[in-house]
Design a protein around this ligand. Structure first.
Ligand SMILES: [Zn+2]
Length: 144
């Protein structure tokens, strides 16, 4: 039996792909303390300990602020370098880690506070054993 589909698979648990193949972010928010998580199936809030029934799903903003970034110049075989590994605080939460692309590699290009948007794209051509492709999130600078 083959499970190959035309639709890409989500590379992370905070990405959902609908029946039309359109990706979106999903997250959870604690209704007791407001903490947010890039996750869809948490058992409890890591901040206040509230159980899963206190966590609600929501669709995070597709824009955020660069919290930190590093320029990666050495990678595993097959991984093109350099690239920028970034941590972004999405507007309203949560915080996501991902690759910042279409950005320069100067320190000014990766300044904390830079505004970025989330885009979805193929996950570097990776496929599962059945040939299904993966879709991942990336960050790109918002136009100044
Ligand atoms: Zn909480």
């Amino acid at each position: 039996m083959t499970t190959t589909t035309e639709l890409p698979r989500a590379a992370f648990p905070f990405i959902v792909v609908d029946d039309m193949g359109r990706p979106a972010l999903t997250a959870q928010r604690c209704t007791k303390c407001g903490a947010t998580y890039p996750d869809s199936e948490r058992m409890a809030c890591g901040k206040c300990g509230a159980r899963a029934d206190a966590l609600e799903a929501f669709s995070p903003a597709m824009e955020g602020t660069l919290h930190s970034a590093v320029i990666v110049r050495r990678g595993f075989p097959g991984v093109e370098v350099p690239f920028i590994s970034a941590v972004v605080d999405l507007d309203g939460g949560p915080t996501l880690k991902g690759t910042l692309r279409h950005s320069g590699f100067e320190l000014d290009d990766i300044q904390q506070g830079r505004r970025v948007k989330v885009v979805f794209d193929d996950a570097l051509g990776r496929q599962d054993k059945n040939g299904n492709s993966y879709i991942a999130h990336h960050f790109e600078p918002l136009s100044a």
